[in-house]
Ligand binder design. Structure first.
Ligand code: AMP
Length: 457
């Protein structure tokens, strides 16, 4: 998964992007990058690691220009290496192109094969690079028309920020899979994956980039828009509300905090835990859901699990070894709260079950008498093809086990997942227009030709 942030019309564009990326760090922690343009010259920085650790103020000041884009990356298509860090930056016959992509294309492999047959030489294993090659080949004159041409026939998820010379382009796939918003700070245009990144730079939300819309801002600050294709069928990712986005953001026009609280309340209705003494969240992504559960059930909300904030998202560790080691480093239970108690533990999702099993063991070791787990999303039974790093079926616990087996495996006394309808009814602007393929198996597109992380996908 990834975060994107762009600025047009500000002398401190790269500094604003740098700040914006801090607020999008949760969307990807493997690599980050910024590209800025000044007088037709583009300069970029890319590094493996965190925004705050890798880009010092001096390096950022070196990125002069009034237009800039940035990216935080967690690899879903393409391996975790510097050549796959974004924004991609290339020179072509018409100047330069920089591109930052959130999402996954499902037919990138076929397009890459065609481009290679026609002589293209690729420099990364990212699905996004096909867009760069198509842009470079476009014969259209205006940058927005070049991008519209490059996106023709692409399937899957993309929220994109592109620089073609001094023009900043923002585009969202016609199904609106991933979020992307436009904001303003005085005369400066800002684009960001989530509204929390507008807040950090003091920008005001103007609106979402619409599904299928391309917005171009030229160097004079003039805005033009192009709409791709026919009326879109929406497939907004429901997992953005469940887990991915920050609760202080609004995505797809709705508050993530409100969505999570509603999910928690619905969960308490569907799976109450009579006789329990208290409820607690697996922090941080399920804090709001646990609060909702508490409000609905009347159970006291306690902070029974403390998260070490110097450790990143458990899952955002590309290897299993990395994930295993992090459970204990990341969470510690508060014995005084748990000792002798029957507890409800709320989490937003169970994926492999590895982290959950580790946490339940910690909670029991801290003295909990009974552990009742409640999950604010349905069982994940299939991988995501559109940008979230869920593993393949073999590793997904709910694709391979029934409820009772999962409860035994993770070591809980009872287990309740919210229903698919319950989830879709709880999120803002639901229940239709959301992609829920990882829960329901209803994939809106064909499968990507190659799903391996180290090849195209
Ligand atoms: P596990 O028990 O190993 O399945 O891990 C479950 C935890 O992973 C939950 O606390 C979720 O909040 C978290 N999680 C779910 N999906 C993702 C994801 N795509 N990236 C990172 N963490 C995730």
């Amino acid at each position: 998964m990834c975060g994107v942030f762009g600025v047009s019309g500000n002398a401190s564009a790269a500094e604003l992007v740098h700040l914006g990326l801090y607020s999008l760090q949760h969307r990807g922690q493997e690599s980050a990058g910024i590209v800025a343009v000044r007088d037709g010259e583009a300069h970029g920085l890319r590094a493996m690691g965190l925004v705050g650790e890798k880009f010092g103020p001096e390096a950022i000041r070196g990125l002069q220009g009034s237009t800039a884009i940035g990216h935080t990356r967690y690899s879903t298509a393409g391996s975790s290496t510097l050549e796959n860090a974004q924004p991609a930056l290339v020179n072509f016959k018409g100047g330069h192109i920089a591109l930052a992509h959130n999402g996954n294309l499902v037919n990138a492999t076929e397009i890459r094969v065609q481009l290679e047959a026609a002589g293209s030489i690729f420099s990364s294993t990212m699905d996004s690079e096909v867009i760069v090659h198509r842009l470079a080949r476009s014969s259209a004159v205006k940058p927005e028309d070049q991008l519209a041409e490059a996106l023709q026939g692409l399937e899957g998820a993309y929220s994109l920020l592109v620089l073609i010379n001094d023009t900043l382009l923002a585009a969202r796939d016609p199904n609106g899979w991933r979020p992307l918003v436009m904001g303003k700070l005085g005369d400066t245009y800002i684009f960001a994956s989530e509204t929390c990144a507008l807040d950090i730079v003091g920008a005001t939300l103007v609106r979402e980039v619409l599904p299928g819309e391309i917005i171009a801002i030229d160097k004079n600050g003039e805005m033009r828009t192009v709409q791709l294709g026919a009326a879109p069928v929406l497939h907004r990712c429901v997992f953005e509300h469940v887990y991915f986005a920050r609760p202080d953001s609004s995505v797809f026009g709705g508050s993530v905090d409100r969505a999570r609280r509603a999910l928690g309340r619905r969960l308490a209705v569907e799976h109450p835990a009579p006789g329990a003494d208290l409820v607690f969240a697996v922090p941080d992504s399920s804090n709001a859901a646990a609060l909702g559960f508490s409000e609905e059930s009347g159970l006291a909300l306690e902070h029974a699990l403390i998260r070490n904030h110097y450790v990143g998202r458990t899952f955002i560790q590309p290897t299993q070894a990395g994930r295993d080691a992090k459970v204990k480093v990341k969470y510690n239970p508060v014995k005084e709260i748990l000792k002798g108690k029957s507890v409800v533990m709320v989490d937003d999702s169970i994926v492999r079950g590895t982290t959950t099993k580790g946490i339940v063991a910690l909670v029991r070791a801290a003295g909990a008498r009974e552990v009742h787990m409640r999950v604010s999303s349905p069982p994940i039974t299939g991988p995501c093809w559109y940008g979230i790093d869920t593993p393949d079926k073999a590793q997904l616990i709910a694709a391979n086990m029934g409820l009772k087996e999962i409860a035994d495996k993770i070591g809980v006394d009872s287990l309740g997942y919210i229903s698919l309808d319950g989830m879709l009814g709880a999120v803002p602007s639901g229940p239709t227009g959301f992609c829920h393929a990882c829960f329901s198996g209803q994939y809106p597109t064909r499968a990507p030709s190659v799903i391996s992380k180290n090849r195209m996908g």
